[in-house]
Design a protein around this ligand. Structure first.
Ligand SMILES: *[C@@H]1O[C@H](CO)[C@@H](O)[C@H](O)[C@H]1NC(C)=O
Ligand SMILES: *[C@@H]1O[C@H](CO)[C@@H](O)[C@H](O)[C@H]1NC(C)=O
Ligand SMILES: *[C@@H]1O[C@H](CO)[C@@H](O)[C@H](O)[C@H]1NC(C)=O
Length: 495
């Protein structure tokens, strides 16, 4: 009897231990931009208390900028996993031939093949991705019944996607949720709705990164530097993996295994294979390398990254201005837009969040306005605001809700920003999530408006006017100085 109780206690204890660890560390919440929406959506800043929308206010317009849902790996990445399989096989063969211990080798590695082996197409929206967007559509309709109870017309509910299939499929999945039960098609009473796209080559609203030569050049030039920043982390982790599992892994293997972990966890719900190779603190470091890359190549790391998104910010702002005009001038119902819904990419959502100044401290917002560079996100275990899993998970989104508040003495219109459906502070608006329209305009939108897309993107080199005062020598100094600045910036990184 005593024995039985003891066994029972041991089991009970191990269950407790397990669930406690599970609560503390869930690898699904540490996959940077490969995180599934459902795994991270509830991760709002718990210290932040959202504003109460004043009584008598009603939403009159909604802007949505969303990333496509969970997608399968691209062709290039699938090839990387096939190469990993080949290399793992040869590592296991070496160990056998040298009669080394196989005790430490995780069982799943034997005969492992990429789950995507033989698949010839990639990058498409998965079933999980469809569900993410479908339910987002349903939730938005439930949350804003005043906006979405109106009869569908393509000019009232504008739906735009990029010309990339996973983005347009996301728009369709969202619309099926948003308008479900409203039509006459099939048992689900679906209805048809329009999703329009610009040509990839000229879509400066949603694929501004693809039309921006300066950005493409910048990315290409920065990629080696980003790899260099990540290298020490990968070297350290590679060495640990070798010892831990008795296999002669290369740095490339470590990198591919981290990629595999993210894909397994997000797409296949497997967290005890590739993810199981890494300890929580290693995952935290790997996540940080991804977040750092996101920051440098798509986020606050370089003003070009978000300045090229100014046409989108302008489009959002103008849609609000039109909605206000429609309200002020009492347009007939059905004759004006109530929502502009956009489906695009991480490269769209991240710069757009930066233009709004999200995830910054107030002091950093001021630095951005003064065009001063920001520090890189600090290395764990230090805390950081900039997390890819929050900034742009699959289906990650920003909603800007325009409220009409006829009874308010200070402002008749307010803008509320929801990030992944949660109110989020705007450092540009005294850290409130609810901003008087005029303040939103003056402090957040207007400072960016001086930047023309064509100037930001197409002008290949800054050509200082050759005034007599600006000699060749002083130009050289200017060049040297700006180079040096770049260097000091990268030295700031605490690796
Ligand atoms: C490994 O063990 C086998 C059988 O015990 C032996 O024939 C072979 O020579 C050994 N190889 C090495 C590299 O020690
Ligand atoms: C591990 O692999 C590297 C090449 O990737 C090789 O240079 C090294 O000798 C190998 N070490 C062992 C112990 O097999
Ligand atoms: C007007 O809006 C502000 C900001 O939300 C709020 O603090 C204030 O109480 C409102 N005034 C009225 C009369 O509703």
């Amino acid at each position: 009897m005593a024995m039985r109780i003891a066994t029972f206690l041991v089991i009970l204890l191990s269950v407790f231990e397990h669930s406690a660890a599970g609560e503390l560390f869930n690898v699904r919440q540490h996959l940077s931009t490969v995180s599934r929406y459902g795994a991270v959506k509830e991760f709002a800043d718990s210290a932040f208390v959202p504003s109460k929308v004043p009584d008598g206010c009603s939403p009159i317009h909604l802007n949505l900028v969303a990333r496509h849902g969970t997608r399968s790996p691209t062709k290039k990445r699938m090839r990387e996993l096939d190469n990993l399989a080949t290399h793992l096989e040869s590592l296991l063969r070496d160990v056998k031939e040298q009669n080394l211990s196989l005790k430490k080798v995780p069982a799943w590695l034997w005969g492992w093949k990429s789950p995507w082996k033989g698949k010839v197409t990639g990058g498409e929206l998965t079933d999980v991705g469809e569900i993410e967007l479908y339910h987002l559509g349903i939730r938005i309709r439930e949350r804003f019944p005043d906006l979405f109870n109106e009869e569908y017309h393509p000019d009232v509910f504008t739906i735009k996607a990029t010309q990339v299939p996973r983005a347009s499929a996301s728009a369709v999945a969202f619309g099926m949720g948003l308008f479900s039960g409203r039509g006459s098609l099939g048992p689900g009473h679906q209805r048809a709705f329009a999703v329009t796209s610009e040509s990839r080559a000229s879509d400066i609203l949603l694929r501004f990164f693809d039309c921006c030569q300066n950005y493409k050049d910048f990315r290409k030039s920065q990629e080696p530097a980003v790899d260099e920043l990540k290298e020490p982390i990968f070297d350290e982790i590679t060495a640990t993996l070798r010892k831990r599992y008795g296999l002669n892994f290369t740095r490339q293997d470590a990198s591919s295994l981290w990629f595999l972990c993210k894909q397994e966890a997000s797409l296949l719900d497997i967290t005890d294979q590739a993810c199981g190779l890494f300890s929580p603190s290693e995952v935290a470091l790997l996540e940080w390398t991804d977040d750092l890359e996101l920051f440098i190549l798509k986020g606050y790391g370089k003003s070009l990254n978000y300045r090229m998104g100014v046409p989108l910010l302008k489009d959002v702002f103008e849609s609000m201005a039109q909605a206000i005009k429609a309200k002020e001038e009492n347009y007939a119902p059905g004759s004006y837009e109530k929502a502009r819904l956009r489906f695009a990419h991480a490269e769209t959502v991240v710069p757009f969040s930066c233009l709004l100044g999200l995830f910054l401290e107030q002091s950093e917002f001021k630095q951005i306005l003064r065009e001063e560079p920001l520090q890189y996100p600090p290395k764990p275990p230090q805390k950081r605001n900039w997390r890819g899993s929050t900034v742009a998970p699959f289906a990650g989104n920003n909603m800007l809700v325009l409220y009409s508040c006829p009874a308010n003495s200070s402002s008749k219109y307010f803008v509320q920003v929801l990030h992944n459906e949660h109110p989020i502070p705007m450092p540009g608006c005294d850290n409130s999530d609810l901003c008087p329209f005029e303040v939103f305009k003056e402090r957040i939108v207007t400072p960016h408006m001086k930047h023309e897309y064509s100037a930001v993107c197409n002008v290949k080199l800054e050509k200082p006017e050759l005034k007599p005062a600006m000699s060749k020598l002083s130009q050289l100094f200017h060049w040297l100085f700006s180079q040096r600045n770049d260097d000091t910036r990268s030295l700031k990184v605490d690796l």
